[in-house]
Design a protein around this ligand. Structure first.
Ligand code: GLA
Length: 661
């Protein structure tokens, strides 16, 4: 079962959004039908938060209203992405099962009145969720409108209650086998933390000072597995009754709560939500970052942008408006990188309720509005891109992304508060995006053979197997850049002894790090090549590598800062400090050139995104997005599929989709 079934069913790329008709009346539904036709909407996500209406009391279902909407949408030519409503249990549920409400680390039990008020480890919640998923699948499993199942909404909540504690212990027994192994892994010999019975072990609740790092890391791993198990229960309840593909809309937040590689393997189709946190070019860079991650979690297969905002940029406590043209640019930023369409939250802006100020395809002002006109234009353009369905993206560069390393960097007591996994990951991607490269993310344990260049911005935790994999990659001709504070601990967070990074990787890099020297807050150092750096420095020596740049300050003066090591038929680079943007861009540019990375469509200036989608039969399309203020001549003029017009130059801020010659 795969995404081809969705685009086959839709006859092209998906366009539409969350549809919550229960907030409106028959008059509005009629207008919805007309406007959806006008905008060429072909997919509506229904039922995401409808639990209270679908199951007004425990075990009694009311499907009549949903029957009517599904039939109406079907008649109108709109397929349905049917959600299970389990992200928002009704008030009756939490009153009947108060033990299923989430508890915070400080012991406070939450109450209902918002959404996502449940504990994923609570048996009553899990049973109720699987039950309603099964009931929906029973009712609608072969409904002609049904194109896709949408389990839950943005799995993201955590809990520290007694149900969680019990489930955590089961998970720990499975992982460690016995208490001796757990005590060893967690280093409980320190601070008198030795456990003599499983019942003594708790989730990392509020405590006096640093949590035990092993406990914190294992809890993150456990919770991700717990969430995946909750997803699987619903998915399996659906699969037993329906043959339509199943997804869950993943968030790609700046914090790490799930192993998204694992989720990618369990869904029929990866789908993600995207809300930028900055306006302008930064928003486009964020779209690219999330889209490249989504495609990578999908293993390179087609995936879907399930939600974005027509007019939403979340920035510092404000919802900023998007600029004219952003809806197309941001949607195309995702489609260029493999999304099989563009969907929005939500179709019609709510008149009341918790998200009434969140933008929509039909705003409060109604169809006579800039937003709806842009939405309609987008629908028309996407309807012309049907031939792209099923095509994929190829990248010669990868950024290593490991949830374990991310979780590991969240533990207490690291040597600098400025060590941040997400920032490092984003900077690496941004430098590559600025340079015009098409980028995959890759797990450090997977085969990297297809990549000319691999960046490892923050591999604090590195297993022996992954270290060996990286060594093998360089030996076989790859170019690898490893950045500071990488390969420092193993999978138990135990420090590597005898010098960093982990031995097999050290061999490929031709260096040995002896000591870490975090820089003071605000301290900026200059390297021998004139570049500047902050946050971090390291005392290292070369063991075969050449020093490309050296430190010029204090005790490290004259010692290598940036190194390059020919190894096997490849090159291992090591950067021991945090270069400022221009120095980092210069380094990334040099690496791209030395590794022989080619542009998808040569001849475009900086500030124009160009990504190529490839069909299995050899057809290719260039998707172009300009962030420039002046027109840009096209290296390959041609018919733009978005407008069905011949194009020889890209207008300021313009987009184009061209068949490749
Ligand atoms: C998320 C959710 C939606 C909605 C939007 C907008 O992506 O999935 O339900 O809340 O954000 O805030």
């Amino acid at each position: 079962m795969d995404i081809h079934r969705l685009t086959d069913r839709l006859g092209g790329l998906a366009f539409g959004g969350d549809y919550n008709p229960e907030q409106w009346d028959a008059e509005v539904w009629k207008q919805d039908d007309e406007l959806m036709r006008l905008a060429k909407v072909n997919l509506a996500t229904v039922g995401v938060f409808s639990w209270a209406l679908l199951e007004p009391e425990e075990g009694r279902y009311d499907f009549a209203w949903l029957d009517a909407h599904l039939d109406r949408l079907h008649l109108n030519g709109v397929a349905v992405d049917l959600a299970t409503p389990t992200a928002s249990p009704p008030p009756w549920f939490t009153l009947a099962h108060p033990d299923a409400l989430a508890v915070r680390p400080d012991g406070l039990r939450l109450t209902h009145g918002s959404r996502d008020t449940y504990c994923l480890a609570a048996p009553a919640y899990r049973q109720a969720a699987a039950r309603i998923a099964g009931a929906l699948a029973e009712r609608y499993g072969d409904h002609p409108a049904l194109a896709l199942w949408h389990v839950h909404n943005e799995y993201a909540t955590l809990c520290w209650c007694d149900h969680t504690a019990a489930a955590f212990r089961v998970w720990l027994r499975d992982r460690h086998g016995d208490l001796d192994a757990l005590n060893h892994a967690w280093g409980t010999a320190f601070w008198s933390q030795h456990y003599t019975a499983w019942e003594q072990i708790l989730p990392p609740r509020a405590t006096q000072w640093h949590h035990n790092p092993g406990q914190a890391l294992d809890f993150s791993r456990f919770w991700s597995d717990q969430t995946l198990a909750a997803y699987r229960e619903q998915r399996d309840a659906i699969r037993a009754r329906s043959d339509r593909p199943v997804t869950t809309n993943l968030m790609l937040p700046g914090y790490q709560n799930l192993d998204l590689w694992a989720f990618g393997r369990e869904v029929d189709l990866v789908s993600v939500n995207h809300y930028p946190g900055a306006p302008g070019v930064d928003a486009a860079a964020q779209a690219a970052f999330d889209a490249d991650r989504a495609r990578s979690f999908a293993g390179g297969a087609p995936w879907l942008l399930m939600e974005s905002g027509t007019n939403t940029v979340y920035a510092g406590g404000r919802t900023l408006a998007k600029e004219p043209g952003d809806v197309l640019r941001h949607s195309l930023g995702h489609i260029a990188r493999g999304s099989e369409g563009a969907l929005f939250f939500q179709w019609r802006q709510s008149k009341a309720g918790a998200e009434q100020w969140h933008s929509a395809m039909v705003p409060h002002a109604g169809p006579d509005s800039r937003t709806f006109r842009e939405v309609t234009a987008l629908g028309e353009s996407l309807a012309r891109l049907g031939e792209l369905a099923g095509s994929t993206v190829r990248a010669e560069v990868a950024v290593l992304h490991d949830p374990d390393a991310w979780w590991a960097m969240n533990v207490d007591g690291l040597p600098s508060a400025e060590l941040d996994y997400f920032t490092a990951l984003r900077r690496a991607h941004r430098a590559l995006w600025d340079a015009g490269a098409t980028v995959d993310f890759a797990h450090p344990g997977q085969s990297l053979a297809g990549y000319r260049l691999v960046l490892a911005p923050a591999l604090f935790l590195l297993t022996d197997a992954s270290a060996e994999n990286l060594r093998h990659y360089v030996a076989g001709g790859g170019t690898l850049l490893v950045q500071h504070f990488s390969g420092v601990v193993d999978e138990h967070l135990h420090s590597r002894l005898g010098g960093y990074p982990a031995a097999p990787l050290r061999e490929a890099l031709g260096i040995r790090v002896e000591e870490y020297r975090p820089l003071a807050e605000g301290e900026r150092i200059t390297l021998s090549d004139g570049s500047t750096a902050t946050v971090w420095s390291e005392s290292l020596r070369t063991e075969g590598a050449e020093a490309v740049a050296a430190y010029t300050h204090g005790m490290l003066a004259g010692r290598p800062a940036l190194t390059r090591h020919p190894f096997g038929t490849g090159h291992g680079w090591y950067l021991s400090s945090r270069l400022d943007d221009s120095g980092y861009a210069g380094l990334v540019g040099r690496l791209l050139t030395e590794a022989g990375v080619t542009a998808g469509l040569p001849g475009l200036p900086p500030g124009v995104e160009a990504v190529t989608r490839h069909a299995p039969d050899g057809r290719r399309w260039h998707l172009l997005i300009s962030h420039r203020d002046e027109a840009v001549p096209l290296p390959e003029p041609g018919r733009d599929l978005l407008t069905d017009r011949f194009l020889s130059e890209l207008p300021p801020g313009g987009c184009a989709v061209l068949r490749a010659h």
